[in-house]
Design a binder for this molecule. Sequence first.
Ligand code: GDP
Length: 452
Amino acid sequence: MQSDSPRQREPIAAIATAAGPAGVGIVRISGTGAFDIARAIGGIDPKPRRAHYLRFRAADAEVIDDGLLIYFPAPASYTGEDVVELQAHGSPALLRLLLARCFGLGARPARPGEFTERAFLNGRLDLAQAEAVADLIHASSEAAARAARRALDGEFSRRVHALTEALTALRIYVEAAIDFPEEEIDFLAGPELKSRLHQVSALMQSLLHEARRGQRLRDGLHVVIAGPPNVGKSSLLNALAGTERAIVTDIAGTTRDLLRESVQIDGIELTLVDTAGLREGADVVEAEGMRRARAEFARADLALAVVESGSESAQIPALREELKGLPQVFWLHNKCELAGATASTERREDGLHLWLSARAGLGLDALRDALKQAAGLGEAAEGAVSARARHVEALQRANTQLEAATARLAEGSGELAAEDLRAAQDALGEITGRLTADDLLGRIFGSFCIGK
Ligand code: GDP
């Protein structure tokens, strides 16, 4: 009955889910001998993919619990190996007894992520899909969960493959030109190559855009709140967070250190950092706060630049200088009610401008909506796939190589261009795991929980 498929490895077992006393707990076993372990514990020869209701027995035949036993023969299982799942009552003590019984029958404890790692090694999932399993488990919003689900179904991987194939075709074309030196220059300068390069580059840009959006959905936005003292930064943080975390006073320079607050807006996590007011002539402690503020800017996705309605011309120029490296800035004209303005929104060349009042609670919904859009939620989340910083970084490298290849081709150096294209392909291969170092695999699967 037991499959002797080459996919089998030593048996591992772990508690896959341990719901509370009222719920169901699952012990999962994968690998060689999983069938024999199931037979020993359940006292029957389980049929493939059938739920058998029976008693789980210890070595001395005492009943540990009753529940369901399901056997998934290789290769049509999660790991691609023989897998057995025992569904028992969710008590942790009871599940540990069941697990100990599996160990007594030859299984060893599974390492974190080892089931998914085996699924990857057996070709059931590629690396980006395996990562999506972890992202699905840890998703902090419905949109993030849906995006992870799409990535697990292979949507992101398919786009990476399509780009890889387009790059390969381009490289073959260039290499063919190199093989016919007398025609090489014509080939490399021709319109056909230009149009192919253009197509691949467009695919690359759109995937990079998608991956960045997916990463924001997965990781949330890192938002800093910046601005001169006393414009209402702490008040704004409090209004968004719905707490009195930041100290609000009207003495300039109250916020000497950074205050962090996690805010959930429709499930997406925003890290708000209220920075020390940026100003000249501050004392030593405050100067340290400003130094930390600038360090925060360096890693933020978005800044909320707060100024006082009516004082914009005095405040915006210095702030703009301070924030010029940031990917995105929202200009918040606070205390709008004092300047006689109503809450409103305007998109300008330097970013989105919002007139609001943290104290009166005006314009905050518009700000929340804008933050949601920036995080990749809202309508923008349609069809999004989750991605990780690792994927974005690999795509950026591939993009740099493609740009280098384009420059080489313009110079007529076909050989060097082919090298660059190969390097771009390798960078893409890291995303799906075709080309991935063992230590990276260790880090990826090591961050999973046990039993997954
Ligand atoms: P920060 O130094 O930029 O963090 O500013 P605070 O949040 O400490 O606010 C400074 C002062 O401005 C406090 O007295 C707040 O009550 C006041 N303030 C903040 N937001 C508003 C607002 O929208 N309207 C008005 N009128 N006052 C505000």
